[in-house]
Design a protein around this ligand. Sequence first.
Ligand SMILES: Cc1ncc(COP(=O)(O)O)c(C=O)c1O
Length: 237
Amino acid sequence: MLSISGKPYDTLEQVIGISGDSDQSLKVYDIQYKDVDLNDDGTFKTGEILKAINEKTKMVYIQRSAGYSWRPAIRIEDIENIIKEVKSVNPDVVVMVDNCYGEFLDYKEPTDVGADIMAGSLIKNPGGGLALTGGYVVGRTNLVEKVAARLTSPGIGKECGLTFGQTRSMFQGLFMAPNVVAGAIKGLYLHPSYTNHLIVKFAQNPMLTGATSFRPLNSAHLKKWLNFVKAYKPLHQ
Ligand SMILES: Cc1ncc(COP(=O)(O)O)c(C=O)c1O
């Protein structure tokens, strides 16, 4: 597994076996892991990535959004270009994208530009604020079948699964999602325009990238933001 957007977000570190001491991590199953960091501006280090791919590389992994780290999200055109480069070196490599926070932000999704498989979270963009839990996996049928076999039961895969009666809110959330994401994006545009004098530096400018539905703030920004809210309150009293 070669992660080409730096280390994945914290939780996955234990799953992969980069941290923690789980006896069920990918590492324990002899799946080796390597990563290549992004450039500071959020672009891929193409040369380094292509050098890191060899005949043992089965999966190239891209995390589209920042997760809990302080870096820009990756633009869809950059994902498209790097997938072309990766496939030119080894067409059999499976490209997997964690699309969390990226859905409905662009006209295309990573699977439209060459990703073989993609996953995301229903408690973010595609759940439209209504899905209580869950996630999705989409992509090439044979790969989705493999995921299903791990996720539910080996041998019967997608034939079984438990939704705890949540199907209705999941699909209602999906229906609402593009609208909800559009609202979030409007907030991202509006927010800096009235707090710019308070919040000096963000991890990224969504106007430039359009690649994520959230804006990371550090504790200094948060303090300024809270002061702004406190100052605003008396207007309503
Ligand atoms: C980049 C990224 N991918 C995936 C997830 C997983 O989402 P969930 O909490 O639904 O498992 C998160 C959660 O924060 C995330 O930041």
